[in-house]
Design a protein around this ligand. Structure first.
Ligand SMILES: Cc1ncc(COP(=O)(O)O)c(C=O)c1O
Length: 392
């Protein structure tokens, strides 16, 4: 019945766990949901007000499929100010979240016979979206502390390599690619005629070093790079669905053609809210980042107190990618089994490493309230203690 393309396609594992946790919550079960990657903050007031005004002013019509000019100008200004990247607003595309943007990029660039290099652990969606094009995802395994280097990429290059996927800061590890390596990676991509798809959606959530966009390093790499970003994480706007990208003119033009057939435009109201997010007051961004920074430190301290767990300190994003290898055995042979039991027994939802092509680990989001995080560690500790006898 189904096309070959979708036969092995499954719901995103993160979404599947989030759905289960939210169902528990609806039933009144006191579940702590550290699975999905979304800030626990409300969208800032100024953005909400802009959306209400947009409704009242009658923004109820189709827009340019690639986004209203006002928003694309705001995005061009953002790229210039934050990333040192000059793009014409006509070379910017707005889509229904960065997720839809990456889908379009892979559809436009990849097909059967192509290879796409994806460092793992990686966001599941990248791999599934590449597979949907018929291209082959080539997964390159990073070891803790999960820092991508040009040497690792070099080993995976073949004449079929078409795209290199970068995600810095990374979901799920929070790792940022070191500046010197980023330069070497840029040279490697240019030398080998490889497109770079650079997902920088966590760029504002960095705690140890500055974020650098690979496309800003020089003109040559800029011509090979599509830079992706969005409003979900920075502005607590996951439900509004605003993502965007810019890159070589011809690629963006093809993405626009695809989007005009696939989606039309994203909500006109979300676009108006997006203009305010980018052009308006930025204090709430700083406030949220500071809260995440504090939680990052307190969670790292809690993990250090549980000897069975280990974690590499993340540079950015709001995740901890934690090794639970010491806890796996007869009773819970995999991270998936362990995470399922944690949800069943202690009602804490985390994502097993298998969802990131990296068994033996779990991803925990610390974009949750301080109280929830505190309680989550009490429950996790209890779960580990209770199941310690069952391990072997
Ligand atoms: C690396 C990465 N890119 C993109 C997204 C999707 O963001 P959006 O809400 O803009 O679709 C996520 C969300 O978890 C992500 O982790």
């Amino acid at each position: 019945m189904f096309s070959k393309r979708v036969q092995t396609l499954a719901t995103s594992p993160t979404i599947a766990i989030d759905t289960k946790a939210k169902a528990f919550k609806r039933q009144g079960v006191p579940v702590i949901n550290l699975s999905v990657g979304e800030p626990n903050f409300q969208t800032p007031e100024n953005i909400k007000k802009a959306a209400i005004k947009a409704i009242q002013e009658g923004n109820s019509f189709y827009t340019d499929p690639s986004g209203i000019v006002e928003l694309r100008v705001a995005i061009a200004n953002k790229f210039a100010k934050d990333n040192g990247l000059t793009y014409d607003p006509s070379d910017i595309i707005v889509g229904a979240g960065a997720k839809q943007i990456t889908y379009s990029i892979f559809q436009v660039l990849c097909e059967k016979g192509d290879e796409v290099i994806i460092p793992i652990p990686a966001w599941n969606t990248f791999v599934e979206q590449v597979k949907l094009t018929g291209a082959k995802p080539v997964l390159i395994k990073l070891k803790p502390p999960f820092k991508l280097t040009s040497e690792i990429i070099k080993k995976a290059l073949t004449p079929k390599t078409k795209v290199l996927l970068l995600n810095t800061p990374s979901n799920p590890t929070g790792a940022i690619i070191d500046f010197k390596e980023l330069q070497k990676i840029a040279d490697l991509a240019v030398k080998n005629n490889i497109f770079v798809v650079s997902d920088e959606i966590y760029e504002k959530l960095v705690y140890t070093e500055k974020h650098v966009s690979i496309a800003s390093l020089n003109k040559k790499i800029k011509d090979f790079t599509i830079t992706i970003n969005g409003l979900s994480k920075t502005y607590a706007m996951t439900g509004w669905r605003v993502g965007f990208a810019s890159g070589p003119k011809e690629i963006i033009a093809k993405m626009k053609a695809l989007q005009s057939q696939m989606l039309g435009n994203i909500s006109a109201i979300s676009q108006k809210a997006g203009v305010e997010a980018l052009n308006g007051e930025q204090t709430s961004v700083m406030m949220m980042k500071n809260a995440f920074a504090k939680r990052r430190i307190s969670c790292l301290k809690k993990i250090a107190q549980i000897k069975e767990l280990s974690v590499s300190e993340p540079d950015g994003a709001f995740y901890l990618f934690i090794s639970i290898e010491k806890l796996l055995g007869k009773k819970y042979p995999t991270a998936t089994a362990w995470a399922e039991a944690l949800l069943e027994k202690e009602k804490v939802a985390v994502v097993p490493g298998e969802a990131f092509f990296y068994p033996g680990y779990i991803r925990m989001s610390y974009a949750a309230s301080d109280e929830d995080l505190k309680e989550a560690f009490i429950r996790i500790k209890r779960f580990i203690e209770k199941s310690s006898g069952d391990r072997v």
